[in-house]
Design a protein around this ligand. Sequence first.
Ligand SMILES: Nc1ncnc2c1ncn2[C@@H]1O[C@H](COP(=O)(O)OP(=O)(O)OP(=O)(O)O)[C@@H](O)[C@H]1O
Ligand SMILES: *[C@@H]1O[C@H](CO)[C@@H](O)[C@H](O)[C@H]1NC(C)=O
Ligand SMILES: *[C@@H]1O[C@H](CO)[C@@H](O)[C@H](O)[C@H]1NC(C)=O
Length: 429
Amino acid sequence: MRPLRRSCLLRWLGLKICRRTTVLFALFWFMFWALLNSLAFVHRSIFSDFCTDEKSKQILQRVCGEYREGVLTGDLCEDLCVNGGVEYKRCLYYENGKKVMEAEWHGVPVVLKSKLENFTSYEGFGPLEYQESTELSPMDVVFYATLEIKNSMGLEVRSTAVPRLWSQQMSQGSHPYSRAELASLWSLLQQEEYTFFKVLQDLSQHVVKVLGSCGHFYAVEYLIAGHAWNQNLFALEDLLSLPEAEGDDLTSEPRSKRERDMVHQIALSFLEMVRHFENDFSHHLHLCDIKPENFAIRKDLTVVAIDVDMAFFEPKMRDILEQNCTHDDDCNFFDCISKCDLRQNKCGSKRINSNLQVICDKIFRRWFSPTLMGERAGLPLQVELQHAVQECVETAGGEDATRRQAVMLRLSSVLSRLLRDGSTQRRSH
Ligand SMILES: Nc1ncnc2c1ncn2[C@@H]1O[C@H](COP(=O)(O)OP(=O)(O)OP(=O)(O)O)[C@@H](O)[C@H]1O
Ligand SMILES: *[C@@H]1O[C@H](CO)[C@@H](O)[C@H](O)[C@H]1NC(C)=O
Ligand SMILES: *[C@@H]1O[C@H](CO)[C@@H](O)[C@H](O)[C@H]1NC(C)=O
């Protein structure tokens, strides 16, 4: 009897939870809780780069301090540091020093980004360090900027195009640039992602828009980023809850139907992006890391590439793929693969799969697989869509443009028909 009485310590509480199992359960629960807490603590101390509002604000304060000292500058600085035109909202992401935060710029949501936290962590602008007194002419700046861009993208950029790119950052006229202007431009150019976005700004609607910069931080438009765990990959709920345009009779429609139509529209935009990246630049653009997280959508449902760390133009792609190899597996570079030439033990420099194939495999299959479509899976157009996606997944088509074209046409035709059907049904209701 004694041990039992000892386990009834809680009797003084007047509770009837003194049974051994209950005590054990409570003990277990407490241990579980303690374990979770210590895990969280360890996690936080290992990844001390944890994203907090306090830290983000400190980082921005340092940027502004340096702006006031005249160390750095940019078209965003005045709003960020002086007149409160930029309002910090929350931090989105810190990893390996990369800082990403959300803010509002005159009421418009933007994302502030920098690869490194501190301005001083970026390399100084070489010529500025040697030639203390001499001023740099705009042509010198253009020359250095062009070199840097060529370097970071593996692309030839005509030097006449460069001044246009920086016209917003730089003050008007042909007067020499200030040290702060040059240093800021240089810190931005060291961020491959910035260079990439900036160079493709006016050429592509499938690349995120850069809205401004202050020192090493630059602002891009706020978008709805993809998430693998979201059923639709993109949070369409956020879009549906936005007030609709006037004269729209969509509100009476079932939500699921509208979400489906949106998915079809986004899929069409993915196809348009594939076509565009393949044909509209001087070189084919390869996306080697295709997953929902690396894409986002605008309110008008255009697909935008937001993570271009693994996007390469053809010349750089060839350099990357050309490796020594003993079998084909050595020739896989994330989503970009080529074949091993066993006579020379060298990977082929030409990619054998394509952006389209990987998008079908990693994005479309998630949306349009029979298991996820439920009872609609049996409808003729849906079956046709599943077949088209399957064909697309199975067609490597890296080297066969006509084959790629055919697969693309079939997909876009089914998707357009699905959208049209949706709208005729809508009208007849
Ligand atoms: N324009 C944007 N609008 C909304 N959210 C964004 C935007 N850009 C980035 N994000 C969010 O911030 C996260 C991190 O941004 P980003 O993709 O630039 O980092 P990352 O490139 O994945 O980092 P790493 O280079 O270390 O892989 C994204 O997963 C996305 O959720
Ligand atoms: C950035 O600068 C601050 C203050 O000068 C310093 O405490 C911090 O360690 C620096 N961070 C990095 C990553 O260099
Ligand atoms: C690849 O192989 C060649 C000759 O077989 C050799 O000279 C070269 O160093 C190798 N390169 C790498 C990166 O291993």
